[in-house]
Design a protein around this ligand. Structure first.
Ligand code: NAD
Length: 346
């Protein structure tokens, strides 16, 4: 990669798509999952803070920073469920990876696609550790932008190859089924949540609505199911009925953030939860029996974006899938910033 001090590698949406397609979506998800898992395993080496959220009536804008002491990463991300009505994404993002030693950015990248990929990779890492080993069938409730990524990551890591789709908007389910054609799934499009979750091993909820919803009620969740709850990720924005939470073994990313944003905001602040990293590191038990209901209360944490930034930086080396962005002022003499400005007029 370049050594010009003014230049930062920049991955546009176009380049990200080309990178993902050149690697192959499932291989990309598998490799990215390995980075996510590796960073969960060295959890204690990260500076951690609950993300900084700016709420407004229709959405949220969040900054998500973390560092492992060598590199520093942050993501800017929004969540605006009404956006799709006027052609915008519910979630859009970009992020930076920087060198802690000198503070210089090493990568600027789109993260809308990358967020969908890293969220799916994280879901699959969690499910690999928490779902029953013979899980092959998954219901996906909410078939919007994130849905296909979730399906493909679960296939890549767990071998899930039977999908049951449900969305209040039938078009979304049909779009999802069409997009997944050719990826080796057996897909059934359902007309309700009850039909979708019937007999499934894994239930992924990934809907978008800024409200306390009950996408899943307790009577719909059978013994032994793993729930991958992705869409409830803001104060006042949840997907599961609280009775499910009382029956399930709950696994979370970073408790100080999840207690504010996750499904567990519906529970007492001291309700027992297990940090996912402890299960991955072998310090805590995951699923304790075939009958147990396990729940990954996903909200998305900064280390997952850090893993994704790290992976993309490694992956673009030697490829044409980035631009050299003139982002940093680089005067001939570092203290002559103003002189550089004057010379530009000459
Ligand atoms: N946990 C994380 O790390 C993480 C990461 C990214 C996105 N998210 C969240 O995931 C959710 C989905 O994101 P997206 O980009 O796919 O949004 P999207 O708007 O593209 O899709 C959401 C879909 O949910 C459907 N839906 C809404 N209410 C429903 C209901 N009651 N039953 C069934 N379907 C319903 C909508 O019709 C839509 O098709 C959002 O809430 C987002 O904030 C979480």
């Amino acid at each position: 990669m370049t050594s010009k001090l003014n230049v930062v590698p920049f991955v546009s949406v176009d380049h990200m798509m080309k990178l993902v397609l050149s690697v192959g979506v499932e291989r990309f998800l598998t490799e990215l999952s390995a980075y996510v898992e590796e960073d969960f395993r060295r959890w204690e080496s990260f500076d951690k803070v609950a993300r900084v959220a700016a709420h407004s009536p229709d959405g949220v804008i969040e900054l998500m920073p973390t560092s492992d002491g060598t590199a520093y990463g942050f993501k800017y991300v929004n969540g605006h469920p009404k956006n799709t009505r006027d052609g915008r994404q519910t979630v859009t993002a970009f992020g930076v990876l920087a060198d802690v030693a000198n503070g210089y950015p090493m990568l600027l990248t789109e993260m809308t696609l990358l967020t969908a990929l890293r969220t799916a990779a994280t879901s699959a890492v969690a499910a690999k550790h928490l779902a029953r080993g013979d899980a092959r069938t998954m219901a996906i409730i909410g078939n919007g932008a994130q849905a296909e990524f979730q399906a493909l990551a679960m296939k890549a890591l767990l071998g899930i190859d039977h999908l049951r789709l449900y969305d209040i908007d039938r078009w979304a389910s049909e779009k999802c089924a069409r997009n997944l054609d050719g990826f080796g799934f057996d897909v059934i499009t359902c007309s309700g949540t009850e039909e979708a979750v019937d007999g499934t091993d894994v239930i992924t909820t990934v809907t978008a609505a800024k409200q306390r919803a009950a996408i899943l009620t307790d009577n719909l969740v059978g013994a032994g199911v793993h729930i991958n709850a992705v869409g409830g990720d803001c104060p006042g924005k949840t997907e599961l009925h609280a009775d499910i939470l009382r029956r399930a073994a709950i696994f979370v990313e970073y408790p100080p953030q999840t207690r504010i944003e996750g499904e567990i905001q519906q529970l007492a602040p001291d309700h027992l939860v297990t940090e996912l990293w402890r299960v991955i590191a072998g310090e805590a038990e995951g699923r304790s029996s075939r009958q147990q209901i396990t729940l990954f209360d996903s909200v998305g944490f900064a280390t997952e974006d850090f893993s994704a930034l790290r992976y993309v930086r490694d992956k673009i080396a030697g490829t044409p899938f980035f631009d050299e962005l003139d982002l940093l002022a680089d005067p001939d003499e570092p203290r002559d910033l103003f002189g550089m400005l004057l010379r530009a007029a000459a």
